[in-house]
Design a protein around this ligand. Structure first.
Ligand code: SF4
Ligand code: SF4
Length: 233
């Protein structure tokens, strides 16, 4: 995934489409758009920073979970980091260790519940089937309850020849997705042409999300709780 922060307008449409695509319960978001300020008046600029699981090639979440539950988190050959919800739901140790180990705050708890709880009816958009990691899931059946979750890179959509929901929804066309091993893919072209950087690259996690723009983050002038990840490189 390549994210061009210069094009992000901070409308959070990617985060909303992700929640709809993956039928996320309340307080569970795979994708967050952090924001902060850059430079000072009269050159003040705002900086939006969309983040999700970085699908690290050296994933600390997997290493941490493996210590108590082997196979709860796997890295596929195509690069996607897969969570096994059933195994994770049964292993509080693996869940907590993975959450603590992820330096990108990408992992969220599925505490179940519905946005339309307490209304006359549960809306069908909350009780519909959805697909993650090659499995058909349903929250009414409790398939993800008690587990931890994160961005799947919309594997189910990729397998149908579609772009991830967030990429397809972005009105600024700030996001790109493709095969980095294919030299003719758009992402390969961008990685060759543009100056890119990875979040917290110094940790050795080898993230598979690349950013364009705002490489000089020392000029960020206002740090808020919502902008932590932008400053803590
Ligand atoms: S971003 Fe976090 S959850 Fe995703 S692979 Fe890396 S360590 Fe694991
Ligand atoms: S790739 Fe799919 S799961 Fe990941 S943040 Fe985008 S919409 Fe959500």
């Amino acid at each position: 995934m390549v994210i061009d922060t210069r094009k992000c307008v901070g409308d959070h449409a990617c985060a909303v489409s992700c929640m709809a695509e993956n039928v996320c319960p309340p307080k569970t978001a795979y994708r967050k758009v952090f924001e902060t300020e850059f430079n000072s008046f009269p050159e003040l600029d705002r900086f939006f920073m969309p983040t999700n699981c970085q699908h690290c090639d050296n994933p600390p979440c997997k290493k941490a979970a493996d210590k108590s539950t082997k196979g709860a988190i796997e890295k596929r050959k195509d690069g996607i980091v897969v969570f096994n919800y059933a195994k994770l739901a049964k292993s509080p140790k693996a869940k907590e260790a993975a959450k603590k180990a992820c330096p990108y705050y990408a992992i969220v708890d599925d505490k179940a519940g519905f946005y339309t709880d307490g209304t006359p009816v549960l809306e069908p958009y909350e009780t519909r089937d959805f697909y993650e990691y090659d499995k058909k899931l349903n929250r009414k059946r409790g398939d993800t309850k008690g587990s931890i979750r994160k961005c799947t890179f919309c594997l189910h959509r990729l397998e149908s020849g579609m772009l991830p929901a967030c990429v397809g929804t972005c009105i600024g066309r700030a996001m790109y997705f493709g095969d980095k091993n294919d030299p003719e893919s758009l992402v390969s072209e961008l990685l060759k042409k543009e100056k890119t950087w990875n979040l917290k690259a110094g940790l050795g996690t080898q993230p598979r999300v690349y950013y364009i723009g705002y490489e000089d983050r020392t000029k960020i002038s206002v740090a808020t709780p919502a902008s932590c990840i932008a400053c803590h490189q």
